[in-house]
Design a protein around this ligand. Structure first.
Ligand SMILES: Nc1ncnc2c1ncn2[C@@H]1O[C@H](COP(=O)(O)OP(=O)(O)OP(=O)(O)O)[C@@H](O)[C@H]1O
Length: 315
């Protein structure tokens, strides 16, 4: 049986007294996109850097294409593509020349011009690295990671800071890599990115995997009732007013424009008319106007908030 692209078991990594990864386990399949989704500081970069062989874990087991990323670094180098956050490109190097140099290290590279075109860098082919924009540098790093047709690519925040057009070009490239059988392990704190690209999402918080699965598995394909109230509600009282077992959660801590509430059934049934009526009746009895009331599909963000009580957005 084929080994997984990446297998991490009980990884622990600290920097002095800062614990970055605390007992993380995950598996990323070959030929699939796996997204590590988590807020800033969750330990995503540290995890990926250990998998890339750039850092050693304090403890735990890491296998990349069945091999130890540090002990077998030489064997893995031609098979694994890495997108470096900080480039590693000489500032005077010109984009096209640099990429052609990268291509020359591989036996069967993707032509540099094809990648420049695909990632919207063709017009910057003659530009020195120091004069590229942040987004261009990022796309060049992605091109360098994939030019050798690796079996597996690590992409750390591949689209952070890109404008929508460049982000979509990067998403297309990632989708094509997957179609070509390349395994991709990417980190992101973009919900949409994870939802669109990933076959499997691993939600990371405080250095641990708190949930994993496809988007449908994580959201349980469930529906929820959502509304906003301008004052804080007694969630326990609302829960006990429901006609069938359910959950009531506040999504934010309430600010000037109130707090968002989510009401779900305890089983996977969609909230029916009686369930919805119970919510609105309870609100009426308590003189609360449920603003923007709607029944909708649960989102990945809801799941993340339920699991961690934290927001995924940049703060
Ligand atoms: N080289 C380092 N030295 C000291 N502390 C570090 C170092 N790298 C990361 N950390 C700390 O380890 C924790 C996890 O950081 P890490 O970069 O792995 O998380 P992340 O999920 O990738 O976050 P981000 O999305 O902000 O990059 C954070 O508290 C961070 O400050």
């Amino acid at each position: 049986m084929d080994t997984a692209a990446v297998e991490v078991a009980d990884m622990v990594k600290s920097y002095g007294s800062t614990s970055a990864v605390s007992g993380l386990s995950l598996t990323a399949a070959r030929g699939a996109v796996t997204a590590l989704l988590g807020p800033n500081g969750a330990g995503k970069t540290s995890t990926v850097e250990v998998c890339e062989g750039y850092r050693r874990a304090d403890s735990g087991r890491v296998r990349v294409l069945g091999l130890d990323p540090v002990a077998h670094a030489r064997a893995l180098k031609p098979r694994v593509g890495v997108m470096l956050q900080s480039g590693g490109v000489p500032t005077g190097a010109r984009t096209g020349e640099w990429l052609r140099l990268m291509a020359s290290f591989h036996s069967r590279p993707v032509p540099a011009d094809v990648l420049l075109e695909r990632l919207g860098l063709a017009s910057a082919a003659g530009t020195q690295y120091r004069n590229l924009s942040g987004g261009q540098k990022q796309r060049l790093a992605m091109a360098a990671a994939v030019i050798g047709r690796p079996e597996l690519v690590f992409l750390d925040e591949p689209t952070a800071g890109l404008d929508p057009q460049a982000r979509h070009a990067s998403w297309e490239l990632i989708t094509e890599l997957r179609a070509a059988g390349v395994g991709v392990l990417l980190t992101t704190h973009h919900m949409e990115e994870a939802e669109r690209l990933a076959d499997r999402i691993v939600i990371i918080d405080h250095g641990r995997a708190v949930a994993e699965g496809t988007t449908a598995e994580l959201t349980d394909a469930r529906q929820e009732v959502r509304f906003r109230a301008t004052r804080e509600l007694d969630t326990e009282a609302l829960r006990s007013a429901l006609p069938s077992p359910g959950h009531v959660a506040a999504l934010d801590d309430g600010g000037a424009d109130g707090c968002q509430y989510v009401v779900t059934t305890a089983d996977s049934a969609a909230p029916g008319p009686a369930f919805l009526a119970a919510v609105t009746n309870w609100c009426a009895a308590n003189a609360i106007l449920p603003e923007g009331l709607r029944v909708q599909q649960r989102t990945l963000e809801d799941v993340f908030l339920e699991l961690t009580g934290r927001d995924l957005r940049d703060s």
